[in-house]
Design a protein around this ligand. Structure first.
Ligand SMILES: [Zn+2]
Length: 207
């Protein structure tokens, strides 16, 4: 069953998957695709051609613009804003209003299992990797590596997180001193994850 609240405005030309809930005052534009088992919270906007996978949770008042793809299992916190134009202008240099196709789209991909904290802004053209976590209120303007924990304004890499949400910590630094990858283990569930050395070395610096 698909549940769409009577106050939502869902285009008949949008694809909505089985088991998905669309809550109050959501707008879904033509050509958008929302997978199975998703929740789209009150007041969110899903633009035309946006691609959303299965089991995605979108909290209240999220704006997902044309050019954005959310893969399976992504969490988007309340008031998160995606963008799609790196050089926004209302007018041309001669003062005339820009036309609808008079700009360049930059695509954004949020990969499987990633979570974006409340009120973050995602500048277009980035890939947010699998199982990443973006702290609340962050400004993401660069790619985020898989399992990366990023936060701040602009967001910087602060560490790594497990699919369960726990922090990943380096396992025995002696054993991988010459290795091109670093073995991490979850403090909560014990899951082991490997990240490339060149990614690990970005912790604390620019992405
Ligand atoms: Zn874990």
């Amino acid at each position: 069953m698909i549940r769409i609240h009577p106050t939502a405005d869902v285009s008949p030309e949008a694809d909505i998957g089985e088991g998905t809930f669309i809550w109050h005052q959501v707008q879904v534009r033509p050509g958008a695709s929302i997978g199975r088992g998703c929740i789209v919270g009150k007041g969110s906007y899903i633009d035309s051609e946006v691609q959303i996978g299965d089991n995605v949770k979108i909290q209240n008042y999220v704006s997902v613009y044309h050019g954005v793809t959310l893969q399976d299992g992504v969490f988007v916190g309340p008031h998160v804003c995606f963008t799609n134009d790196k050089r926004p202008r209302a007018i041309n240099p001669d003062g005339s209003l820009k036309a609808a196709d008079d700009w360049m789209l930059s695509k954004t991909i949020v990969q499987k299992g990633a979570a974006i904290g409340a009120n973050s802004t995602i500048v277009c053209g980035v890939t947010i990797g699998r199982w990443t976590m973006v702290g609340a209120g962050s400004l993401v303007s660069r790619d985020v590596p898989d399992y990366g924990l990023v936060l701040g304004h602009p967001a910087r890499l602060r560490g790594f997180v497990c699919p369960c949400g726990g922090r990943l910590q380096r396992v025995d630094p002696q054993t991988d001193a010459d290795s091109e990858s670093i073995l991490l283990a979850c403090l909560d569930c014990g899951e082991k994850i490997t990240v490339p050395l060149q990614v690990y070395e970005k912790v604390g610096g620019d992405l």
